[in-house]
Write a new protein. Structure first.
Length: 115
């Protein structure tokens, strides 16, 4: 069915080559840096969250799958919920010291930031 997808071939008019295969541009995958090269900042945030505190981990460079795996590890070690999206991890509650310790033990360069 993918060969008959007309939307992916909108800019191709005609080809006389019987073996022609249209090549679409694939989005480039972001390379995940090793833990020792990651510079992570751990913030405590309360903005736009109805007064509830959350711990933010910013500065992760890598794929979404690796970000979600790191978030799952942090959430399970802290025993709370959270999410990982747009290059940042949100952990529910004030776990800034614990998250920094967990990241350092995992080999990441992590610092407390933001007051």
């Amino acid at each position: 069915m993918a060969d008959n997808d007309w939307k992916s071939r909108l800019n191709v008019v005609y080809s006389t080559n019987p073996d022609f295969k249209y090549q679409t541009e694939e989005p480039e995958r972001e390379e995940t840096l090793p833990p020792g090269q990651q510079n992570l900042r751990v913030w405590l945030d309360r903005r736009a969250r109805a007064g509830k505190q959350v711990t933010l981990v910013k500065g992760f460079v890598g794929s979404d799958d690796d970000l979600k795996a790191l978030a799952a590890m942090l959430k399970s070690k802290c025993g709370v919920g959270g999410t990982a999206k747009e290059g940042e991890i949100v952990i529910q509650g004030d776990f800034r010291d614990r998250v920094v310790d967990l990241l350092v033990k995992a080999g990441y360069k992590a610092k407390k930031a933001g007051g």
